[in-house]
Design a protein around this ligand. Structure first.
Ligand SMILES: O=C(O)c1cc(=O)[nH]c(=O)n1[C@@H]1O[C@H](COP(=O)(O)O)[C@@H](O)[C@H]1O
Length: 237
């Protein structure tokens, strides 16, 4: 399997020591890793550099959401961190998403590949009822996610973060090359935690997700390597 199609492990740990302790169990295997706010705010760019030196692929998940100028300038900086994928919130709007892409292109050095840029639509921890009540969106969650996906597509982004429930309609409307990155992955026996729209790895594949992101069912497992291999086998099958 191409490294860029591997299940993405959300490395949600409070510090580098715990993150490296987890990774040491994988015996030099190259992984696709998501570094989120918790770990990045603690360890910064040095950690990303070390992960790259070990040959891992990196999704830097900072979910930028600010005025276009700020996002553009921040993306220009992130482009210099040698990561493979970054993200923004689609709720920031098309002007912000275009600015993000522009900043990322500006910051990508000649001869280097621009990191993939995706937009979060509705968080997988959001239910339809909560979205309607708190965001005052009087539509189904599928419609809201698809709408954000089409805005992201129009802004030139490479894909979106969505649950598997919306993946096939996005592929149909935005094209199969437009990425559908799906967190909220659970094995049938694991608890859902704070996630609302969850599926198993094989369901995600059958429902049209292009990539999956999984955290706690692997990172908190008694045997993380065994749990990861189970996810990998289900995803690849
Ligand atoms: O952008 C993300 O990665 C993300 C978007 C989303 O809608 N839902 C979501 O869970 N995530 C991230 O995916 C990971 C899921 O972790 P687990 O719920 O532990 O599997 C977390 O690091 C979240 O920050």
């Amino acid at each position: 399997m191409d490294g860029k199609n591997l299940p993405i492990i959300a490395l949600d740990f409070p510090d580098g020591e715990k993150a490296w302790d987890f990774l040491s169990r994988f015996d030099g295997e190259q992984l696709y890793i998501k570094v989120g706010m918790e770990l990045y705010y603690r360890e910064g760019a040095e950690l990303l550099k070390s992960l790259k030196e070990k040959g891992h692929w990196i999704f830097l998940d900072l979910k930028l959401h600010d005025i276009p100028n700020t996002v553009q300038r921040a993306m220009k900086v992130l482009a210099g961190l040698s990561v493979d994928m970054v993200n923004v919130h689609a709720a920031g709007g098309t002007e912000m998403m275009k600015a993000a892409l522009y900043g990322l292109e500006e910051g990508t050095k000649a001869g280097k590949t621009r990191p993939t840029l995706i937009a979060v639509t509705q968080l997988t921890s959001t239910s339809e009822e909560q979205m309607q009540r708190e965001q005052l969106i009087d539509r189904s969650i599928d419609e809201s996610v698809l709408h954000y996906a089409l805005l992201a597509r129009e802004s030139g982004l490479d894909g979106v973060v969505c649950s598997a429930y919306e993946a096939s309609s996005i592929a149909k409307e935005a094209g199969s090359g437009f990425l559908r990155v799906t967190p909220g992955i659970r094995m049938s026996e694991s608890k859902s935690d704070d996630q609302k729209r969850i599926v198993t790895p094989s369901d995600a594949r059958e429902m049209g997700s292009s990539l999956i992101v999984i955290g706690r069912p692997v990172t908190q497992a008694a045997d993380p390597v065994f749990s990861y291999k189970k996810v990998l086998t289900e995803w690849e099958r």
